[in-house]
Design a binder for this molecule. Structure first.
Ligand SMILES: *[C@@H]1O[C@H](CO)[C@@H](O)[C@H](O)[C@H]1NC(C)=O
Ligand SMILES: *[C@@H]1O[C@H](CO)[C@@H](O)[C@H](O)[C@H]1NC(C)=O
Ligand SMILES: *[C@@H]1O[C@H](CO)[C@@H](O)[C@H](O)[C@H]1NC(C)=O
Ligand SMILES: *[C@@H]1O[C@H](CO)[C@@H](O)[C@H](O)[C@H]1NC(C)=O
Ligand SMILES: [Cu+2]
Length: 186
């Protein structure tokens, strides 16, 4: 019995994939997230990088340092090597993987990480994203681009201040997905 438990769990982990951003490089968990959110939260993300926020144990925690609903709990300190340098008006191409789609709304926005607030309007919005009832997903679900606004009001000039956050909510699944790309404008 015992001997079989591990392979079965591994198989489940492989089949429970849902979706994530694969380019540009998005924030991943690391030691700073472990300190802020706990090692169990990091393990949960690492067990399936495409899993929803609801699978991360500290999503109900009130720890001030950890907000799973901002960048999936991933911290700038663990990702300082991934900052994209962008210019106003620049187009940024994204690729996403959606191994298990769940229909619902999605968007990409610039988020001020200090306040977890959206700067300006969403850069891209899907009323209906990742619709598993379609024979094939539209290409724009996994390959899309956003344009950096001309005027960010002086924000997003310091590393860690702003992220491009991909957000997707699978309505019937009740599952939320987020990934954040750190960037600065020059
Ligand atoms: C996305 O998922 C892939 C496959 O599990 C993983 O290699 C990659 O690190 C993940 N990226 C993010 C930002 O979650
Ligand atoms: C972004 O995608 C567009 C359309 O597919 C392509 O023409 C453009 O070269 C891409 N830009 C970069 C920087 O890869
Ligand atoms: C993105 O979509 C979600 C789900 O509809 C919504 O809660 C959120 O407010 C949207 N973000 C923005 C910036 O509109
Ligand atoms: C994505 O593509 C579909 C199918 O072509 C289209 O109906 C939809 O408006 C597009 N969505 C966005 C946000 O570009
Ligand atoms: Cu899912």
């Amino acid at each position: 019995m015992q001997a079989h438990a591990l392979p079965i769990l591994s198989l489940l982990a492989l089949t429970l994939a849902h979706g994530n951003i694969t380019s540009p490089p998005a924030r991943l968990p690391g030691p700073a997230m472990s300190r802020a959110c706990g090692a169990a939260a990091v393990s949960a993300v690492q067990s399936d990088f495409t899993g929803p926020l609801e699978n991360i144990p500290s999503s109900s925690s009130n720890s001030a340092a950890c907000n799973i609903f901002l960048c999936k709990g991933a911290q700038f300190a663990d990702n300082a090597d991934k900052v994209q340098t962008l210019t106003p008006g620049e187009t940024v191409n994204f690729t996403a993987a959606l191994p298990i789609p769940h229909e619902g709304p999605a968007n990409v926005s610039i988020v001020d990480t200090a306040t977890n607030s959206v700067i300006g309007e969403p850069l891209l919005e899907f009323e209906s994203y990742a619709d598993e009832k379609l024979a094939a997903l539209p290409k724009n679900n996994t390959q899309f681009s956003v344009t950096i606004p001309e005027d960010l009001g002086g924000k997003c000039e310091e590393e860690g201040e702003c992220v491009l956050q991909w957000f997707w909510f699978g309505t019937s699944a009740g599952q939320t997905y987020e990934n954040c790309v750190d960037f600065v404008v020059v």
